[in-house]
Design a protein around this ligand. Structure first.
Ligand code: OFO
Length: 165
C-alpha cells in the first residue's frame, strides 16, 4: 500500500515522464520538418521510451493500491534553434529527470517504503544510461561543428543509437 506522500510523489514523476515524452516528440517533429530523418527517428523513439517510463509508473501506482493520475502538461517549444542546442536541452532535461528520481528515492527512505525504493532502482540505472547517451551525442555534435557533410553522416549514424523500447 502506498502512503499518500509516496502516491503524490509518484504521480508527480508520472507527469515528469509524460512531459519528457512531449518535449522529445516536439524535437522529433522539428527535425522531421527540417529533413533530418535520422535525428527525427531517434527523437520519436526517445519520446516512445519516455511514454513507456510513464506507463510503468502508472501500473505500479495502481497495483500498489494508489490511483495514477493523468495531469496537464506544458506545451513544449516548437523550434529548438540549432541541433547542438537541441541536444544540449535533451541532456539538461535528462539531468533534471535524474534529480527528480533522486528526490523520489529520498522520500521513499524517509517514508520507509522499501518496495517503491526497490522499484525505482530501474529508473536509477536508466538515467545513468540516458545521461551517458545524451552526453555522447552532444560530444559528437560539438566535434562536427559547422561541417555540413559531417552532420549528414551523423544524421544517418544516429539511427544506430535507437534503443529498443
Ligand atoms: Fe529520459 O527519463 Fe524517463 O526516466
Amino acid at each position: 500500500m502506498l502512503s499518500p506522500i509516496i502516491e503524490k510523489a509518484l504521480n508527480e514523476q508520472i507527469r515528469v515522464e509524460a512531459q519528457s515524452s512531449q518535449i522529445y516528440l516536439s524535437m522529433a517533429s522539428w527535425a522531421e520538418v527540417l529533413g533530418f530523418e535520422g535525428v527525427a527517428q531517434f527523437m520519436y523513439a526517445h519520446s516512445d521510451e519516455e511514454r513507456m517510463h510513464m506507463l510503468k509508473l502508472v501500473k505500479f501506482v495502481n497495483e500498489r493500491g494508489g490511483h495514477a493520475k493523468v495531469s496537464a502538461l506544458d506545451a513544449p517549444p516548437v523550434e529548438f534553434g540549432a541541433f547542438k542546442e537541441m541536444f544540449q536541452e535533451l541532456f539538461n532535461h535528462e539531468v533534471h529527470v535524474s534529480a527528480c528520481i533522486n528526490d523520489l528515492i529520498d522520500i521513499c527512505l524517509q517514508e520507509k517504503d522499501y518496495a517503491t525504493h526497490n522499484f525505482l532502482q530501474w529508473y536509477v540505472s536508466e538515467q545513468i544510461e540516458e545521461e551517458a547517451l545524451a552526453r555522447n551525442i552532444l560530444d559528437k555534435i560539438k566535434l562536427i561543428g559547422d561541417d555540413k557533410g559531417g552532420f549528414y553522416l551523423f544524421d544517418n549514424d544516429i539511427k544506430q543509437l535507437i534503443t529498443a523500447v
